[in-house]
Design a protein around this ligand. Structure first.
Ligand code: PLP
Length: 463
C-alpha cells in the first residue's frame, strides 16, 4: 500500500493529457442527432458551419473517435494555467467526521475564474486556424464572456460579447475585465441588431435575457465577414474540450491507485460535469467500473429532476437547431438566483441520454443550503467557491455524511468548477439572510413545457 495520499495530487507539466476523450464513442446507444429547425432532418456539417467554426463542427458530429488529439497550439495555451489542482479535502473530511475520502478538481485558478477557459481556448484557436477575423458570443453571468475575451486576446481575434443588460449593470467588474482583455461589450438587448431592436420595440425597459443575447450574437456573426459564433456550454464539442478536466483527474488518481466510487458535478448546460465524468463514465460503460455519477442542479431550475426528454431549441428566440435533451422548455424563465451559470432550460444531449438510460443520478438543491455548504467548505479548505460549484460541494458533503452513517469508506470526487470572487453580492445576501429559495410550481413548469415544439419526434415524449 502506498504512503499517505498527499493533499495535492501532483501532475507534472508533461503529464497533462494530450487527448480529449469523446464519451459518445463508448455509448452503445448514441444521443439523437441534432435536427435542422426548418426541415426537421438531421443537420449536416454545412448546416452548422453557417454559424460555427469548422473543426468544432466536425467534433460535434463525431460520435465514434474515442481520443481526439489536442493540437500543440492548444496544449501551449493549456500549459499557461494547467494542470488544475486535484486536492484531497482532508480538512473537510475531518470536520464532517466521515470515513469517506473526498477529492476535488479545482478549475478556478485562471483569471476567468472557471472551467470555461478550457473550451474558449480551443474555439478561438480553431477560428484563427481557419482564417476568421472575429467571433461573437453572449454571456449571462460573465464567466464565458471573460474566458472568450482572454482566449481571443491570446490568439489575436476580435470579439463582440452581448452581455445580458441586467448582468452588465449588476457586475461592472466583469464588464471591465472583458473590456480590458480587448473585447467589445454590448449590453443586450441593443440597437445594433434587428433581434435587439425588435425586443426593445416591445419593451424598452427589458432587463434582457440569455435567449435574446444569443439571437443578437448569432445575427451579428451571420452578417459579418469572416466571423462566427461561439457557445460556451451545452454542445458536445464544448463537453469534449472540457474532458481535459476528467483526463487530468484520472491521470492523477491513477498515479496513486485511487478509483472514485462517486463522482459529482454541478450542471447548468452540462459541460463541466460531462468533462469531469467523461473517462470515468467510459470505464463504467465498458463494464470496468461500478462508479455512481451525480448531477446537481438548483431547485429553481430543475432540468434533470423535473424536466422532459424532448427535442427543443437552445434559445428563447427559437432560432437554433433542435437538440434532443432534458429540457424545461426554451420558454421557461427560471427565477433569479445567484448561480447564474446554472440558469439554463436545457442540458447537453449526451448527458441527457445517459440520464434517461439510468447511468447518471440527479438531485436539486435549495440555494440557502448550498450556501451553508459553501461556507462550511471555505472555512476549512480555504477556497471561496462559485455559487454554481457550491451545488457540487453540497452533494459531496451529503454523500460523505451518508458514509458516516453506514461506516463505508467511499471515495468521492467532485468538480469545483470555479471561484466566487465575482459573486460576493451573493455572499452578501447570504450573510444578510435575504437569499430566497424559489421552487417552481407545476403551473410554472407547464408553461415552460408548452414552449417545447410540437414535432413528430416529440410525440412519444416521456412525460
Ligand atoms: C458556467 C458555469 C457552470 C455551469 O456550466 P456547465 O456548462 O454546466 O458546466 C458551472 N460552474 C461555473 C463556475 C460556471 O462558470
Amino acid at each position: 500500500m502506498a504512503a499517505k495520499i498527499p493533499t495535492r495530487l501532483h501532475l507534472d507539466e508533461e503529464e497533462i493529457p494530450k487527448y480529449w476523450y469523446n464519451l459518445r464513442s463508448a455509448m452503445k446507444e448514441k444521443p439523437q442527432p441534432i435536427l435542422h429547425p426548418g426541415t426537421l432532418e438531421p443537420i449536416d456539417a454545412a448546416g452548422l458551419e453557417a454559424v460555427f467554426c469548422q473543426e468544432p463542427v466536425k467534433q460535434e458530429l463525431d460520435e465514434t473517435t474515442p481520443l481526439i488529439p489536442i493540437p500543440e497550439g492548444i496544449q501551449d495555451f493549456y500549459r499557461a494555467y494547467r494542470p488544475s489542482g486535484l486536492i484531497r479535502a482532508y480538512f473537510l473530511e475531518k470536520v464532517l467526521g466521515t470515513p469517506a475520502e473526498i477529492y476535488y478538481k479545482f478549475e478556478g485558478t485562471n483569471t476567468s475564474g472557471s472551467h470555461k477557459l478550457n473550451s474558449a481556448g480551443p474555439q478561438a484557436y480553431y477560428a484563427k486556424e481557419e482564417g476568421l477575423r472575429s467571433l461573437t458570443t453572449e454571456t449571462g453571468a460573465g464567466q464565458w464572456g471573460t474566458a472568450m475575451a482572454m482566449a481571443c486576446a491570446f490568439y489575436g481575434l476580435d470579439l463582440t460579447v452581448f452581455m445580458v443588460k441586467v448582468s452588465a449593470e449588476q457586475k461592472p467588474y466583469r464588464k471591465t475585465l472583458i473590456e480590458t482583455y480587448g473585447a467589445e461589450l454590448i449590453p443586450s438587448p441593443s440597437e445594433t441588431t434587428e433581434a435587439g431592436k425588435a425586443i426593445l420595440a416591445q419593451d424598452p425597459h427589458t432587463t434582457g435575457s440569455l435567449g435574446c443575447a444569443i439571437s443578437e450574437a448569432i445575427e451579428r456573426a451571420m452578417k459579418t465577414d469572416k466571423c462566427r459564433y461561439v457557445l460556451g456550454s451545452v454542445l458536445n464539442h464544448v463537453m469534449l474540450h472540457q474532458s481535459i478536466i476528467g483526463q487530468e483527474a484520472k491521470a492523477a488518481l491513477d498515479k496513486y491507485g485511487i478509483s472514485p466510487d462517486i463522482i459529482i458535478g454541478c450542471a447548468g448546460g452540462g459541460s463541466n460535469l460531462g468533462g469531469l465524468i467523461a473517462p470515468f463514465m467510459g470505464d463504467k460503460l465498458a463494464g470496468k467500473s461500478q462508479a455512481r455519477f451525480i448531477a446537481v442542479e438548483p431547485i429553481s431550475c430543475p432540468t434533470f429532476t423535473r424536466g422532459r426528454y424532448a427535442y427543443d431549441f437552445g434559445d428563447t428566440g427559437k432560432t437554433t437547431p433542435l437538440i434532443k435533451m432534458m429540457t424545461l422548455g426554451s420558454g421557461f424563465i427560471p427565477a433569479g438566483s445567484h448561480a447564474g451559470g446554472l440558469r439554463y432550460h436545457g442540458m447537453n444531449s449526451t448527458l441527457s441520454k445517459l440520464f434517461v438510460d439510468g447511468y447518471i443520478e440527479a438531485r436539486s438543491e435549495r440555494q440557502s443550503e448550498v450556501f451553508d455548504a459553501a461556507v462550511q467548505f471555505m472555512k476549512v479548505e480555504g477556497i471561496l467557491p462559485a455559487p454554481e460549484s457550491a451545488h457540487a460541494i453540497k452533494a459531496a458533503m451529503d454523500e460523505a455524511l451518508e458514509c458516516k452513517k453506514t461506516g463505508e469508506k467511499k471515495v468521492i470526487l467532485f468538480g469545483l468548477s470555479g471561484t466566487g470572487y465575482f459573486d460576493l453580492s451573493a455572499f452578501m445576501a447570504y450573510n444578510d439572510k435575504t437569499l430566497k429559495d424559489h421552487v417552481p410550481t407545476q403551473e410554472e413548469l407547464d408553461r415552460g413545457f408548452a414552449s417545447i415544439p410540437d414535432i413528430p419526434q416529440n410525440s412519444s415524449m416521456e412525460k
